[in-house]
Design a protein around this ligand. Structure first.
Ligand code: G6P
Length: 616
């Protein structure tokens, strides 16, 4: 889950590399580095590395006057070896310099073999074996015009694990070599210059023409051309895509943080996601792919696989799919499912939910499901051309736009919008959606962006609450029914960016343990929509109140609660029946954001985390 950028041009590539790294910082931000050729008078490789953010590397680049027309750069999320200068990439062996994203699983055996050949290791990383391996293969090369390319191809054949790498050699100022297997990498095509990066946003300032590499591809970039070979060593053409990503989509604009921007973009993100539906008069399965009607007609259940926030979206969907469409649904954490012996059902629709489409556990879980005989796969994802989208036979793209804050916000609500839509389509196909109800639901989908906009107006009240949370060490989140997963998402948001320990419970579980934790220092956040379970929830709130717990309740306008019943209450200005969980998410995102901000935390880049988890 590190970020990679590479460039070969006829101009100084250092600003391109640094700008690219800044845009990739969501992938990791504990250290960074770059290596360039073509700037030093003696033709030597110039390498800089630093711990901390890319801005530290930028200072170093300025201080040293780094420049060159060929280079590679990296922003790191440590897996092997602590964040430190010596573990930061690029790693160098002889003339070879390498940046890497992923994990090399056979690094121990390879390290021993390379040590036996006399190579000395100076870092704790798995990446250093790649540098030495390429160097050793390069030394054995008799000297063709493609020595580095050939050495990389021979080397990657020996690697086990996931990788995206970019490689340059001091001995060759005219080639940049890249390779991928199980980690994302794309090429950017310029005019007399070419690039490589972990994602499109990193190259937005130089090109919109991109080629997504396939697993097993190795590519040789010169200033004039790119050549790609596949796993078998055959030259292949890969399609050139014109990225629709605009520079504005990845700029902060008037906002102070990406998380803030992304919270406030939710009405638009949901509107974009539902665009094709809201103008339609009826719901059609084809929204999920050309084969959707046939597949949806054949399934008898749903299995959802996801991680983190996307898993919470799946939990919400279970209530919708079973309660509304009448279809049995299981939801599993991808990292658990992939190692569990389960009973496959070829008639189940396997749904992967992912913002990035690159999460290693979710991808592996999907591959495992397929290996067990599952044949129907739907990917709900925010990134077109990502590995999960490509691996599925049905797909629905959430159109949230790039999500950069590590804490997921608009990806979650757009996933929920997509899952609500799926529920409605399946309900209709299973004869559980009369025409009148379909019209009503389409109306509420159309109204959803407006409803979300009005919910955002509770921000000043949430800020008042946030002040009271700042000194707290723990918090409990309660919800019942479909709002229980929303409580889980609220707790996740608070813990990941404010570092306050937060747990979510189904409110009915309170008396089976967590009530023991409740005292006057324990804030308890309850989600209290005016639904069928409200009276049950009110009993649970009384249990908290009787133990002196601090109650913070997010209710609907018409939820019957009085000031006597609770200490603090915020009422949402609008409510949307079936879509209520989507609305109730926003105040919890705002709460986490403001508490983290008031505690002085880096809201967009919380400690120890990364956005795109491409390692197991
Ligand atoms: C990381 C991110 C979370 C995200 C999870 C799953 O932990 O920090 O925000 O929910 O990965 O990612 P995905 O891209 O598969 O939704």
């Amino acid at each position: 889950m590190c970020g990679i950028v590479g460039a070969i041009a006829r101009r100084n590539v250092v600003p391109i590399l640094l700008e690219g790294l800044k845009r990739l910082e969501y992938r990791g931000y504990d250290s960074a580095g770059a290596a360039v050729l073509g700037g030093a008078a003696d033709g030597k490789l110039q390498r800089i590395r630093s711990t901390g953010r890319v801005v530290e590397l930028e200072k170093l680049a300025q201080a040293q006057g780094l420049n060159g027309d060929l280079g590679i750069a990296h922003t790191r999320w440590a897996t092997h070896g602590v964040p430190s200068e010596k573990n930061a990439h690029p790693h160098v062996s002889g003339s070879v310099s390498v940046v890497h994203n992923g994990i090399i699983e056979n690094h121990d055996a390879m390290r021993e073999a390379l040590r036996a050949k006399g190579y000395v290791f100076v870092s704790d990383t798995d990446t250093e074996v790649i540098a030495h391996l390429i160097n050793s293969n390069l030394r054995d090369d008799p000297g063709s015009g493609h020595a580095l390319f050939d050495a990389v191809r021979r080397s990657v054949a020996e690697l086990v694990g996931a990788y995206a790498i970019a490689v340059i050699s001091e001995a060759d100022r005219d080639h940049l070599i890249v390779a991928r297997h199980g980690a994302p990498l794309l090429l950017g095509l310029g005019d007399g210059e070419n690039f490589a990066a972990s994602d499109t946003s990193a190259l937005i300032q130089v090109t919109q023409r991109v080629i997504y590499l396939e697993d097993g591809d190795v590519a040789e970039l010169t200033r004039a051309a790119v050549e790609i070979v596949d796993t078998q060593g055959n030259a292949v053409e890969r399609a050139v895509h014109v990225s629709q990503l605009s520079a504005a989509a990845v700029e902060l604009g008037p906002y102070s943080h990406y998380m803030q921007k992304e919270i406030f973009e939710q009405p638009m993100a949901v509107a974009n996601t539902l665009e094709m539906v809201t103008s339609a008069q009826s719901l059609a399965p084809q929204l999920f792919g050309v084969d959707a009607e046939k597949i949806f007609g054949d399934i008898d259940s749903v299995l959802i696989l996801a991680c983190g926030t996307s898993f919470h979206a799946g939990m919400v969907a279970r209530y919708w799919l079973e309660g509304f469409a009448g279809i049995p649904c299981n939801v599993e954490i991808a990292s658990e499912y992939r190692y569990r012996q389960s009973v496959p059902n070829p008639k189940a629709l396997v749904i992967t939910i992912s913002q990035s489409g690159e999460t290693a556990d979710t991808l592996a879980a999907l591959q495992y499901a397929k290996s067990l005989g599952h044949q129907y796969c739907l990917s709900i994802c925010n990134v077109p051309e990502s590995a999960l989208v490509r691996a599925a036979n049905l797909r629905f793209l959430t159109r949230a736009g790039p999500e950069i804050g590590v804490a997921s916000t608009k990806a979650f609500t757009t996933q929920l919008a997509a899952l609500a839509l799926l529920t409605m389509v399946l309900a209709k196909m299973r004869g559980r959606l009369p025409a009148v109800r379909e019209t009503e639901l389409l109306k509420s989908l159309r109204h959803l962006p407006t409803a979300l906009q009005s919910v955002l107006e509770v921000e000043p009240q949430i800020e008042t609450w946030a002040r009271e949370f700042v000194p707290r060490h723990h918090a409990l989140f309660l919800g019942r029914g479909i709002h229980y997963p929303i409580a889980m998402e609220g707790a996740l948001k608070l813990k990941e960016i404010s570092y306050i320990h937060a747990e979510a419970y189904a409110a009915g579980e309170l008396k089976h343990g967590p009530l023991a934790l409740v005292d006057k220092y324990m804030p308890v956040i309850a989600i209290a929509p005016n639904d069928a379970l409200i009276e049950k929830l009110k009993s649970n709130l009384q249990e908290v109140k009787a133990r002196g717990g601090q109650l913070y309740v997010i209710a609907d306008q018409d939820t019957r609660l009085t000031g006597d019943d609770v200490l603090h209450i915020i009422r949402l200005p609008d409510h949307a029946g079936l879509l209520s969980p989507i609305l109730h998410t926003l105040p919890l995102q705002l709460l986490a954001y403001h508490v983290a901000l008031m505690r002085g935390n880096d809201v967009d880049k919380p400690r120890n985390l990364a956005k795109s988890v491409t390692v197991e």
